[in-house]
Design a protein around this ligand. Structure first.
Ligand SMILES: Nc1ncnc2c1ncn2[C@@H]1O[C@H](COP(=O)(O)OP(=O)(O)OP(=O)(O)O)[C@@H](O)[C@H]1O
Ligand SMILES: C=C(C)CCOP(=O)(O)O
Length: 254
């Protein structure tokens, strides 16, 4: 039986996150080929924004909510990440994976930065027909703040619960969660409190590695484990092998 897998492609791996929006087409194409070559998985792809969304969201302070000065930021930020989404969908389709972009701005509502609804009906039907949905961190309308930024990481946890994903993996530009330069093989709510997690070195309005871990720990508390690994180990994750990264878990004996 094919496994339902959520794979998040970090913005740090599909764009050059150090400057203005630059899509890494070569990386995206090679990831698309890896996904295409696996016949035993049903992938749900989520990607981050990297340099195609974070700088725009920061410039228009969308993470702080909507005011009279930043309405244009909604279009500008959404447009940037939507173009990145097109690049991911195009690469998957060029590799033979029929896929389609789903945009949270159109499908979601948030309250105080947290998703309160996501219309999953179309995603379930796409999956049923063997078409891969490709979602992304996005600007989302918010009942309290007017607008907020929902990270791809928040989408990972929301969809993992609502679509009952069997395995969850997040490919990043680091080999896992690091302590003194070494990968920590597993983390839970307790062990993370002793760890120094810094924000991303690049522009990031969703909390970088700290935001990612917080999101995945909430998921772990619901009994759903997830995996953070270097993008070069994506094939290992897809095949269910050791990926050399970090497992985020509820287990207390690590
Ligand atoms: N203890 C830590 N272990 C690993 N990475 C860390 C740690 N502290 C900070 N980081 C930073 O977190 C970054 C990865 O988080 P980031 O949010 O940039 O990844 P991403 O998910 O690929 O990006 P995006 O949010 O754009 O999708 C690394 O590049 C690293 O600089
Ligand atoms: C900045 C935007 C538009 C989305 C952020 O998503 P992330 O890169 O997964 O944190």
């Amino acid at each position: 039986m094919a496994e339902l897998i959520i794979l998040k492609l970090g913005g740090s791996v599909i764009t050059d996150k150090s400057g203005e929006c630059r899509v890494d087409k070569e990386r995206i194409s090679s990831l698309a080929k890896e996904i295409a070559s696996r016949k035993n998985i049903i992938p749900i792809i989520i990607h981050g924004a990297g340099s195609c969304g974070h700088p725009e969201a920061k410039e228009h302070h969308l993470d702080k909510g909507l005011d009279t000065t930043n309405k244009a930021g909604i279009f500008i930020t959404h447009h940037a990440v939507r173009r990145l989404n097109d690049a991911v969908v195009n690469a998957l389709r060029a590799s033979g994976v029929e896929s389609v972009g789903i945009h949270p701005l159109d499908a979601c509502t948030a309250k105080n930065g947290r998703l309160i609804s996501f219309e999953c009906g179309p995603i379930k039907l796409l999956l049923k027909h063997g078409i891969v949905p490709v979602m992304h961190g996005d600007v989302v309308m918010d009942e309290e703040k007017g607008v907020c930024i929902v990270s791809g990481d928040q989408l990972v946890s929301y969809l993992a619960v609502n679509l009952h994903a069997e395995r969850i993996g997040l490919a990043t530009d680091v080999p896992g969660v690091l302590k003194d330069g070494n990968v920590i093989p597993a983390i839970n709510k307790k062990t993370i409190s002793n760890l120094e997690i810094n924000e991303s070195g690049n522009t990031d309005v969703t909390g970088g590695m700290r935001g990612k871990i917080n999101e995945l720990l909430m998921l772990a508390e619901m009994g759903i484990e997830s995996n953070i690994f270097h993008v070069s180990r994506t094939d290992d994750f897809l095949d269910g092998r050791d990926h050399g990264g970090t497992i985020v878990t509820k287990k207390t004996t690590l």
